[in-house]
Design a protein around this ligand. Structure first.
Ligand SMILES: *Cc1c(COP(=O)(O)O)cnc(C)c1O
Length: 399
């Protein structure tokens, strides 16, 4: 492993094959995948229809460049715009690139309105990516440390606190947009209330700010509707997607509507790979399969199965601070750090994740069955009980 830059500590397992929500390692051991590659494998592993679409596309056309018209790209844009209530789309290759596009769009929008130093309101505990601008928008001092000077032009507020946004509206003439994850992923599965999303939409209308939602992790049917903002019956001006969109094939997109859809002109932004035929065929297939197999409905139902099973299992246990989330985006906050859970879960044949020290994150594929959903809790529960049975030495950051 010396030939890899030391950016991440990897667990000692090497997967070689997958099928549905199951993975096999190079020793032939089988694992239940409750993580789906950080909410990426929307259709699980080796979905037969998805595999056929990819094989057919690879054998026909992978890449041509955005100097030309691309049929797969046009079809995907039409489909996304239609399910999201948006107007147009810019395709790229990842979540941070989608957010870079959104940030550039907001700045250009500001300049077009005569704001020389445009600023964007962002949230505490937000995660928007690792490029310089998205890292600067991210609300995590540890991730930012050492990369100063950061990109300026971000104003930070606590999530679900509409008063601090109103205060900024009254005092800061540079603000041109609000950017947030309607459900924070890396930040600990923190759900924006429906009232908060509606209030933000109203303020954005009053102030002529762009309402920009990062649904890179929570979007694409994971919580029931295609997008989390649909729970609140509001529309964003700018929407970013990535992770689950390509079912494992890298793709990101920045969608816009209304004034935001008219901001970019030729030459303002671009990409070499973004929107290539392979990535677009993959994403289009993901959307069609989610629809035809009713996977959004399944995500909502299976999310309830997992949350209810966790609630029953840990009823009255003071070590569990909260079980939260929507659909198949689930967080269980403990009163203490629990990093070791990821490795311990592997030992019992389960993939889950821990984020912000003490929040267990469960984000399985949308194809998961009732029995498989219950099995996640069956495998996880004894490990969590063991951690909570030990005397609690370190208070959690949030506790
Ligand atoms: C993962 C993530 C990103 C960054 O996506 P990359 O593809 O890793 O660049 C941005 N926003 C949210 C909400 C994410 O979960």
């Amino acid at each position: 492993m010396n030939s890899l830059m030391n950016t991440v500590t990897r667990l000692p397992v090497r997967f070689t094959r997958g099928e549905g929500v199951w993975l096999w390692d190079d020793q032939g051991r089988k694992y239940l995948d409750g993580f789906s590659g950080i909410a990426v494998n929307t259709l699980g592993h080796a979905h037969p229809r998805f595999t056929r679409v990819l094989q057919e596309q690879v054998s026909r056309l992978i890449h041509v460049s955005n100097y030309f018209q691309i049929g797969e790209l046009e079809k995907l844009a039409d489909k996304l715009v239609s399910v999201g209530g948006m107007e147009n789309a810019f395709f790229c290759n990842s979540g941070c690139e989608a957010n870079e596009a959104a940030i550039k769009l907001a700045r250009l929008y500001g300049h077009q309105r005569g704001v020389d130093n445009p600023a964007i309101i962002v949230m505490e505990n937000a995660f928007h990516g690792r490029t310089l601008a998205t890292l600067s928008a991210t609300g995590n001092r540890k991730a930012q440390a050492g990369f100063e000077p950061l990109v300026t032009g971000f104003v930070r507020v606590p999530l679900n606190d509409i008063a601090s946004v109103r205060q900024i509206a009254a005092s800061n003439r540079n603000v041109v947009a609000v950017l947030l994850e309607p459900i924070q992923g890396e930040g600990g599965i923190n759900v924006s209330t429906v009232e908060y999303l509606r209030a933000l939409r109203d303020i954005c209308n009053q102030q002529n700010w762009l309402f920009m939602l990062d649904e890179v992790q929570c979007g694409i049917g994971r919580t029931g509707p295609w997008f989390v903002y649909q729970h609140a019956n509001v529309l964003p001006d700018v929407l970013t997607l990535a992770k689950g969109l390509g079912g494992g094939v890298p793709i990101g997109v920045c969608l816009a509507r209304g004034v935001a859809a008219q901001v970019f002109k030729p030459g303002n932004h671009g990409t070499t790979f973004g929107g290539n035929p392979l990535a677009c065929a993959a994403a289009l297939a993901v959307l069609e399969i989610v629809e035809s197999e009713k996977l959004r409905e399944n995500a909502e139902a299976m999310g309830r199965v997992i949350r209810d099973a966790l609630a029953r299992e840990f009823a009255g246990n003071k070590g569990v601070v909260e079980i939260r989330g929507r659909g198949l985006m689930i967080g269980m906050e403990l009163d203490r750090p629990c990093y070791e859970l990821m490795a311990q879960a592997l030992d019992v044949g389960l993939l889950i994740n821990v984020t912000t020290d003490n929040v267990i994150r469960i984000v399985p594929s949308l194809i998961i069955s009732d029995a498989e959903a219950r099995e996640i809790v069956t495998r996880l529960a004894p490990l969590v009980h063991a951690i909570l049975a030990k005397p609690c030495e370190v208070k959690s950051a949030k506790g």
